[in-house]
Write a protein that binds this ligand. Sequence first.
Ligand code: DQA
Length: 145
Amino acid sequence: MTSILVLNGPNLNLLGTRQPEIYGHTTLADVEEMCRVHGAKRGVDVVCKQSNHEGELVTWIHQARGVHDGIVFNAGAYTHTSVALMDAIKGTDAKVVELHISNVHAREAFRHHSYISPVAVGVMAGFGTRGYTLAIDALLGHLEG
Ligand code: DQA
């Protein structure tokens, strides 16, 4: 069975209460449940993890090799700073869809650069938390070729 890891980085545990005008009112638990239900409908296994720690995210990307077929990854602010996450994706040849709830390109200039995009299959941004299920579908489409 195809397995997708939905990985969330720093501050995404605050979803629902964090800047709701930007990120909405849906909690991380809601998002994760939505992803699992969507995966079940598509006949794929969806595993969800969140960490505020860059090194832990690096380790989980390493551990995903041979376990998950692809990763939907919202790296949060590490998107804009982390060479380590970029190297982890590149180094494990992980199939990653980069995801942002907000349209990062319509926000501050420092959010326009991503270390993840050059090593990602594609990018989903600006569709709110609905983007997670869209990203799962996009990743499955890519994996199916
Ligand atoms: C984010 C956008 C990032 O710039 C920000 O640091 C986040 C969330 C998003 O989902 O829109 O933490 O990745």
